[in-house]
Design a protein around this ligand. Structure first.
Ligand SMILES: [Zn+2]
Length: 427
């Protein structure tokens, strides 16, 4: 039996936030409470630390199969558990795409061999992510896909989106949209505005995101479907989702840490490590994302972890690849929302545990007695310097290199086994 002693146990699924002991046996949560007079074989002293469910990141690019030099299931899993993340959902824009059951099975099998964290594939909505022909979503679901998206690409074709939503609704599947009207954003490398003008770089207007969210909400309403906006970044988009939810539509969204932590100013100096899609936006957009998190319009924080090789980033801003790594900076960046009073610690942890679990119908994201013991333990006060060369991810593309982070994962447990502690992996 493993005892996690004297930590502040925060389990939003059970509305629990108190300093107590947590007991783990046979890979599951066995009991909660001090002085239970049980015999522990192993003790983790969590005094001063937070003990919460292992984090769930519902938006990750693992690059395997197809681009293993950028990341693979093993390196991505290592980065995940180093960041306190025990479940990741991987997007289908691999090569081949996750648009047929064989690939989904292969990814799950490989992740089980690696054994560090749970990997749940997200199936493609359309074959080859071309936005033309729907995939066999039911078949993909039977083989482990937990939601559907063409992420990396928008589901641009309104007719295909309508069919996808109608089909998904009949099985209660979640459709995740990378909302980008490419007729407005084509050739863009950053947010369109004063800074893109100053830099002489083609911009991507916020209307590119807003217009597609507006279109999709109308289609989701008609289909009575569950529709989820990936990595929301604009003031207009947040407001559209807020209004849709107020009308009772099944519309949800997620925010990536970079969209509440940074603005387009990070791109000044032609910084390709601040290039992502959707791009970093204005201060008004950033504050709108924070307000969306505060009032519950945005229920999930997900990283959009997008590892790239240096060659894809160090080639000038306009031709650099979109995206940054996120798994290992998720927790310290998210904790800033608690420190600044936007969210309580419990509400913040919910955005990375029980909220995504609910959307994806996962059993994880809770410390209920009997649940699998996926656990994250962290020191909310420890400060540390982010060194890109020390990341477990193969991707070193982060705008936070050399920056001080506050809050550090001390232990990650998967099914009761310590897979990461104090900077060291145990595989
Ligand atoms: Zn995307």
């Amino acid at each position: 039996m493993l005892l996690i002693k004297n930590g502040r146990v925060v389990d939003p699924a059970n509305d629990l936030d108190l300093i107590t002991d947590l007991w783990v046996a046979d890979g599951h949560i066995a009991a909660l409470g001090a002085d239970l007079h049980k015999q522990a074989d192993q003790v983790i002293d969590a005094s001063g630390f937070i003990v919460c469910p292992g984090l769930i990141d519902m938006h990750v690019h693992l690059r395997e199969p197809g681009e293993e030099w950028k990341e693979d299931i093993e390196s991505g899993s290592r980065a995940a558990v180093a960041g306190g993340v025990t479940s990741i959902c991987c997007m289908p824009n691999t090569g081949p795409h996750i648009d047929h059951a064989g690939i989904a099975r292969q990814i799950i099998e490989r992740s089980r061999q690696v054994g560090l964290c749970h990997v749940h594939p997200i199936g493609a909505v359309s074959k080859n992510l071309e936005g033309k022909t729907l995939t066999e979503m039911r078949e993909l679901s039977r083989h482990g896909c937990v939601a559907f998206s063409d992420d990396g690409m928008p589901i641009w074709h309104a007719g295909v989106m309508r069919k996808a939503l109608e089909y998904a609704a009949s099985f209660d599947f979640l459709i995740i949209q990378h909302a980008e009207e490419q007729m407005l954003t084509k050739g863009g490398a950053m947010n369109e505005g004063w800074i893109s003008t100053q830099l002489g770089v083609t911009g991507m207007p916020s209307e590119g995101e807003d217009s597609m969210i507006a279109r999709d909400i109308m289609l989701a309403k008609r289909a009575d479907a569950r529709y989820h906006v990936a990595h929301i970044s604009t003031e207009g988009g947040v407001e559209l989702v807020r209004q849709a939810r107020a009308k009772g539509l099944k519309v949800t969204t997620e925010a990536a840490p970079h969209h509440f932590a940074l603005t387009e100013e990070a791109v000044l100096g032609y910084n390709a490590d601040a290039k992502m899609s959707p791009p970093l936006r204005t201060e008004a957009d950033r504050l709108a994302v924070i307000n969306g998190l505060r009032d519950g319009t945005i229920e999930v924080i997900a990283t959009d972890h997008a590892p790239h090789h240096d060659d894809d980033k160090q080639c000038g801003l306009s031709c650099a690849a979109f995206g940054i790594v996120g798994l290992e900076t998720l927790l310290p960046l998210a904790l800033e929302l608690e420190r600044s009073g936007v969210l309580t610690l419990s509400a913040l942890i919910a955005t990375m545990t029980c909220n995504p679990a609910r959307l994806l119908k996962l059993n994880s994201g809770t410390l209920s007695v009997g649940a699998e013991a996926d656990i994250c333990i962290f020191d909310p006060k420890e400060t540390w310097l982010l060194d890109r060369n020390k990341l477990f991810s193969k991707g070193k593309n982060t705008p936070w290199h050399g920056k001080t982070m506050t809050g550090r994962v001390t232990h990650t447990l998967k099914a009761g086994a310590v897979v990461f502690s104090h900077g060291v992996l145990h595989a």
